[in-house]
Write a protein that binds this ligand. Structure first.
Ligand code: UGA
Length: 338
């Protein structure tokens, strides 16, 4: 069935990966997208079903309203998803991630369009359940001086607002990515806290720096290959009028539950297989660093974060299979190819 999909923030990690999957799998779907930069969608520009507009969503209200009216499913993906920025610039996280997205959600309400909104695994915060369930798990965050939680609480409130609009008739789906990793995750830059953990580790090795384990690296994450993550989103769009409507989905791989220390060791082991980088990897040490020194005093960490994925399995027919090692190998091949 023909569908028109609007992706705001199409040039980001999830947007850029989603465009590739849709163009490959769905010959009848057309994508409209806006972002400041087109680096991560450069390969699709010129494709007859991908319409990219360069622009800032803050300044392009008319364009956005016009495209919400024209499209069937709306993805407001604009946000900064990097814990170092939650701590260093919490107001930016609120202004962009909350205020701008609230406007877009309200336009979806006005035009009666299905909004697919990225919640986050961060909403569960420091909850110590063995696994997090969309319907029953509590959200546990710290005091206001722990600014790390401004991202989670902004996303949490937007989720609650969308749910409340849903009770008045809005069609929506909330999805919660659990540490998606992929080729387009972050750019490799030489700055501590400049990117999320896997890209940060690769960047440290490439730039001859040690790998730093925040708080000893015993905290665990369930890493999820982004190709499988966006496959869940394609399934959500397919079922927007049925099983996926007014639902919340954790999208993560509970089998890939590794400590950050294990991730560091695996990444180094795999980099050693690239002859051009083996020497740097051999020289790289894995060292511990205090979280306040790395991020600042506004940081708190999450010890364990395992998704229950019964909803995604039963309602979307989705089940992730790619192991962490396979993802790491694929991502290294992409970054270390020359
Ligand atoms: C991330 C971000 O908030 C979002 O990208 C997203 O919403 C969510 O998780 C997700 O992807 O599900 P987090 O998992 O804490 O949060 O982000 P990372 O920056 O990837 O850090 C993972 C862990 O590695 C943290 O415990 C962090 O302290 C640690 N870390 C990070 C290090 O030990 N060393 C580093 O150099 C960088």
């Amino acid at each position: 069935m023909t569908k028109k999909i609007l992706i705001l923030g199409v040039g980001g990690f999830i947007g850029g990966t989603l465009v590739g999957s849709i163009l490959e799998q769905k010959p009848d779907w057309e994508i409209y997208g806006m972002d400041l930069s087109h680096d991560k969608v450069q390969e699709f520009i010129g494709h007859e079903r991908f319409h990219f507009t360069q622009g800032n969503i803050i300044e392009q209200e008319d364009w956005i309203k016009e495209h919400i009216e024209k499209c069937d499913v709306i993805f407001p993906l604009v946000a900064i998803a990097n814990p170092a920025v939650y701590v260093s610039n919490p107001l930016l996280i609120f202004e962009l991630g909350f205020e701008e997205n609230l406007k877009i959600i309200r336009w979806c309400v006005e035009h009666k369009k299905h909004v697919v909104f990225p919640s986050t695994s961060e909403v569960y915060g420091m909850n110590d359940d063995d696994e997090f369930c969309e319907e029953t798990s509590n959200f546990v965050t710290g005091p206001v001086n722990k600014t790390r939680w401004i991202y989670a609480t902004s996303k949490q409130l937007l989720g609650r607002i969308i749910y409340a609009y849903g009770e008045q008739g809005l069609n929506y789906t909330l999805f919660r990515p659990f540490n998606w990793i992929g080729e387009k995750l972050d750019n490799i830059i030489d700055k501590p806290g400049g990117s999320r953990v896997l890209t940060q580790f690769i960047s440290n090795v490439i730039h001859g720096k040690d790998i730093q384990l925040v708080g000893g690296g015993l905290q665990k994450r369930c890493f999820t290959d982004s190709s499988e993550g966006v496959d869940a989103l394609v399934r959500i769009i397919d079922r927007a009028d049925s099983e996926a409507n007014r639902r919340v989905f954790n999208i993560g791989n509970p089998e890939n539950n590794y400590s950050i220390k294990e991730l560091a060791e695996m990444t180094l082991e795999e980099i050693k297989k690239f002859p051009a980088y083996a020497e740097k990897a051999n020289k790289c040490k894995i060292v511990d660093i205090d979280s306040a020194e790395y991020y600042g005093s506004g940081y708190q960490d999450v010890k364990s974060r395992v998704p229950a994925i019964r909803n995604a399995k039963e309602l979307l027919g989705w089940e992730p299979k790619i192991t962490l090692r396979e993802s790491v190998q694929k991502i290294l091949a992409y970054h270390l190819k020359d």
